[in-house]
Unconditional design. Structure first.
Length: 44
């Protein structure tokens, strides 16, 4: 993940996962737009 493609967003509601409270999440916008595989770009 490149910093320039990443956005931090606070969650409206806190979520507990495996005993840890998540209050914010990072989105990698390039992966959302093109997919996880750089060569195939076929992530659905």
């Amino acid at each position: 993940m490149k910093k320039e493609n990443t956005v931090l967003r606070a969650l409206r509601n806190k979520v507990e996962i495996a005993g840890r409270v998540v209050e914010e999440i990072f989105f990698d916008l390039k992966h959302i737009q093109y997919g996880w595989d750089q060569s195939k770009r076929d992530y659905k």
